[in-house]
Design a protein around this ligand. Structure first.
Ligand SMILES: *[C@@H]1O[C@H](CO)[C@@H](O)[C@H](O)[C@H]1NC(C)=O
Length: 421
């Protein structure tokens, strides 16, 4: 072959590969490759994308943090009362009860018998309990058991619907294992259970699409809408949870979180009461959303909606960090916590802990690291300064990634606040 032809024969593919890599913004990083679920409307199969998640911006020594923070004595004879709230969040579980149990026990949510331990105030699961494994029924039943036990002990379980819960109720069964169907008896019985049966009922009654969890009770109970007119030094002392992500250009972000959750509620009701329910895909054609689904309900389930969005995980750090503050501002939160896009080695913290991605592929279907996220919030009274009427507090929030063999502190925020809390 003449030299010039050889040269082009090499150059052309090299340039092509370079351009493809650049367009996915992944050229500079090592990639983990895994078949992620693809949105039924997406023109390109996501399985071809590489999951590329840059490493955590802040990761410091583990071990400096025990779960007990010493309560400060103020010594001024005033309120000595420290407020403390502990939250544990876990990502995608995908049909693996034994691994889920290990994680919840490791994080102190349950004891060795799988019962609520009383050691945390809130346990949050960000969706995708179903598919890829066989323990669907056991996992949903266990979540309901914990919900009941938590309530009896003053705790709360917050459960979310992930894209896989929605896929199943839509009739998109591409990621359902045949062995899992057997645990229900038959495909028909499975469908019935997810529509109007036990699992369908708990989805409708106990699961939401997103949530806003205040770190302090003065902001109200979980899922109190953010009120932008509220003037308090704690107004953004809350975190959001969602399966995919709250995209910057998603039009139905506010009022947060009720707008998204109301859309989820009405769409789920339409899906669960389709009569007859659509025959599952495959082998049947993809049924899509019901004919009476509104444009906003379609958008909720769209590729940039809260269930499918991957931008916070896949965009460059520069792009994500530029966009994140606006979303936090509008949702009245300090951090957004989500699952959906796994990193099999670690919980990913970006933009100094403003974005935290907790899907580490816990299920044996993936074989990722077992992990949980812990948020430890304390509000400690400070001694009164002379002449000032208002109470001063030291607010401290420690965000830690928990693994079986170590803990990594992802973020610590500390500030003094004034107010009557
Ligand atoms: C919600 O969870 C509770 C507590 O586990 C359970 O008793 C109840 O049946 C669930 N609600 C629905 C509608 O299934």
């Amino acid at each position: 072959m003449p030299r010039v032809l050889t040269f082009f024969a090499i150059l052309v593919p090299v340039v092509a590969v370079f351009l493809v890599c650049r367009s996915f913004d992944v050229a500079a990083h090592l990639q983990l490759s895994w078949p992620l679920a693809s949105h039924p409307d997406s023109p390109v199969d996501d399985a071809q994308f590489h999951v590329d998640v840059p490493s955590a911006g802040v990761a410091s020594d583990s071990g400096i943090l025990g779960h007990g923070i010493v309560v400060a004595e103020t010594g001024d004879g005033g309120a000595k009362h420290q407020f403390r709230r502990r939250i544990v969040a876990v990502g995608d579980l995908h049909g693996d009860l034994p691994n889920a149990h290990k994680v919840l026990q490791m994080a102190g949510v349950v004891d060795e018998t799988g019962q609520w331990s009383g050691g945390v105030d809130f346990f949050v699961q960000t969706g995708d309990i179903i598919d890829r494994g066989d323990d669907t029924i056991k996992l949903y039943d266990w979540m309901d058991q914990l919900r009941g036990e938590a309530k009896a002990k003053g705790g709360v379980v917050l459960s979310h619907l992930g894209n896989h819960e929605w896929m199943n109720v839509i009739g998109d069964w591409r990621y359902v294992h045949a062995s899992e169907i057997h645990t229900f008896g038959s495909a028909q019985e499975r469908q019935k259970m997810l529509m109007t049966g036990r699992i369908g009922k708990t989805w409708a009654g106990n699961y939401t699409t997103t949530s806003r969890l205040p770190l302090h009770p003065s902001l109200g109970p979980p899922n109190t809408d953010y009120d932008p007119s509220l003037l308090s030094s704690l107004s953004h002392a809350a975190v959001s949870f969602v399966h995919g992500g709250l995209a910057p250009n998603y039009p139905d972000l506010t009022p947060f979180p009720s707008r998204i959750n109301n859309l989820g509620h009405t769409l789920l009701r339409k899906l669960q009461h389709r009569n007859p329910p659509p025959a599952p895909h495959p082998p049947n054609p993809y049924p899509g959303l019901p004919h009476d689904a509104t444009p906003a309900e379609h958008r909720l389930y769209g590729t940039d909606g809260p269930l499918w969005y991957r931008g916070w995980a896949l965009d460059s750090e520069a792009k994500a960090c530029k966009a994140v503050d606006d979303v936090l501002q509008r949702t009245g939160t300090r951090r957004m916590i989500m699952g959906h896009t796994p990193d099999f080695e670690k919980i990913v913290s970006r933009c100094n802990g403003k974005i935290i991605i907790i899907d580490t592929g816990i299920s044996h279907a993936y074989g990722g690291v077992l992990s949980a996220l812990s948020i430890d919030y304390t509000l400690t009274p400070l001694p009164k300064t002379e002449g000032s009427g208002e109470k001063q507090w030291r607010e401290r929030e420690v965000v830690t990634a928990l693994y079986m063999d170590r803990q990594d502190v992802l973020a610590i925020s500390e500030q003094d606040v004034v107010g009557d809390f």
